[in-house]
Design a protein around this ligand. Structure first.
Ligand code: RB5
Length: 156
């Protein structure tokens, strides 16, 4: 079951083509999509778009986001520097689902140079349909937050 009816998406110049297709796919599912850019294939810097997207999640406006670059790796690195953001770079559907269920990931990252359109959409479907399980996983997610906040004494 769809866990969100709106989502925020961003990319760099290496992924505008795949982003357009993913947006079309999401809209066909009835999900409203906000695109923070980039909007052209002119060379740009992916951390800027990771930041634009993460701000919209940190503010509470969106629960989930999608970031696409050449590999997905740079986007996930930049996104994970933001408080409260748990970004997962995936190239398989199992990880895309489990990162919601176990890690409460709020940003899915992948690469246009790594995955095709079909796999990208399948990963997006898994990500937006999966629900965070909490329970024993909550302590671990809390430990990630503790690291983020420098409370290393909570790591037991
Ligand atoms: C851009 O050439 C490329 O470095 C970027 O899209 C991404 O793959 C970085 O992780």
């Amino acid at each position: 079951m769809l866990q969100v009816n709106k989502i925020v998406i961003g990319c760099d110049h290496a992924a505008t083509g795949l982003k357009a297709k993913v947006i079309e796919h999401l809209e066909e599912l009835g999900v409203s999509v906000t695109d923070v850019g980039t909007y052209s294939s002119d060379s740009c810097n992916y951390p800027l778009y990771a930041h634009k997207l993460c701000e919209r999640i940190q503010s509470g406006e969106f629960k989930l986001g999608i970031l696409i670059c050449g590999t997905g790796v740079g986007m996930s690195m930049a996104a994970n520097k933001h408080k409260g953001i748990r970004a997962a770079c995936c190239s398989d559907t199992f990880s895309a689902r489990l990162t919601r269920v176990h890690n409460d990931a709020n940003v899915l990252c992948f690469g246009e140079r790594v995955v095709g359109f079909g796999l990208a959409c399948d990963m997006v479907d898994e990500f937006i349909n999966a629900e965070y399980e909490g329970g024993k996983h909550a302590k671990r997610v809390d430990m990630i937050t503790a690291i983020e906040e420098g409370h290393f004494e909570l790591l037991k």
